[in-house]
Design a protein around this ligand. Structure first.
Ligand code: MN
Length: 251
């Protein structure tokens, strides 16, 4: 098996190294990651300038681009043989609920899916400075080993792992996305030259974090595994939408 490993925290991230360590035991791995922290990049592609890739001493390839650029470039560009799977992470921080729309970690996996591959995103859900990347990396390895011979049931598998030693995990849960309240306000400040500038505020606290959600599983110390689809169509809204459109046509 050949695995393409990517992330959004950049090629120096400890989560990337932990994932590479764990997956190298079960597959041929190639690592292609942004040259800096591109968290929050979502599914962005760089379309206004050329992309350069730099092979590092440890074999990792650092790309001057987004997480999506990395996966796109690797699969459609410089890899001689396509991988069987894209695994993204281990992200330094959770990607749960609404986070998945902003996440570069999930986006890197999604790009793998768009290019026809099995895709897994792995994040370490930490309250403070993330520590137990090895736990999340081992979870990823076990998930991939258990997938052997099975049809992947989702477009993207989004995994969030509590930040604790592996032996302290309370179990595994199949979950749905919860959601958050709206984000904290933007923080206005001034730069040293007195010009106004702004920091994007923190994500909002959990709103839907009940039983069955990713938030709930992680709070209970469990690995959260959410099957995601790339199709954002809201099917249950289609009848009301048709009525609306009919009213337009009559007008
Ligand atoms: Mn990140």
């Amino acid at each position: 098996m050949r695995i393409l490993i990517a992330n959004d925290d950049g090629f120096r991230s400890p989560g990337l190294a932990a994932l590479h360590d764990a997956l190298s035991a079960i597959a041929d791995c190639v690592v292609v990651a942004p040259d800096r922290d591109r968290s929050g990049a979502s599914n962005s592609l760089t379309l206004t300038r050329p992309l350069r890739a730099h092979r590092q001493a440890n074999g990792f390839i650092a790309v001057e681009g987004t997480p999506t650029d990395c996966v796109h470039l690797a699969i459609n560009g410089f890899l001689d043989e396509p991988p069987d799977m894209v695994v993204s992470g281990v992200n330094a921080g959770a990607n749960m609920g609404d986070d998945v729309h902003y996440s570069g970690t999930v986006a890197a996996a999604m790009e793998g899916r768009f290019l026809g591959l099995t895709a897994i995103a792995v994040s370490l859900a930490s309250d403070g400075v993330p520590e137990h990347f090895a736990t999340a990396a081992r979870v990823a390895r076990e998930l991939i080993e258990a997938l052997a011979g099975r049809e992947q049931p989702a477009h993207i598998v989004n995994v969030n792992v509590p930040d604790r030693p592996y032996a302290s995990l309370a179990g595994w849960r199949t979950t749905r996305l919860g959601n958050r309240h709206k984000s904290e306000p933007v923080i206005p400040t001034h730069d040293p030259r007195g010009r106004p500038c702004y920091w994007i505020g923190a994500p909002g606290p959990e709103q839907d974090a009940g039983e069955g959600t990713d938030f709930h599983a992680v709070a209970a110390g469990c690995v959260s595994v959410t099957p995601l689809g790339a199709d954002m169509t809201r099917y249950e809204a289609m009848p009301a939408m048709r009525e609306w459109i009919t009213a337009c046509a009559r007008g």
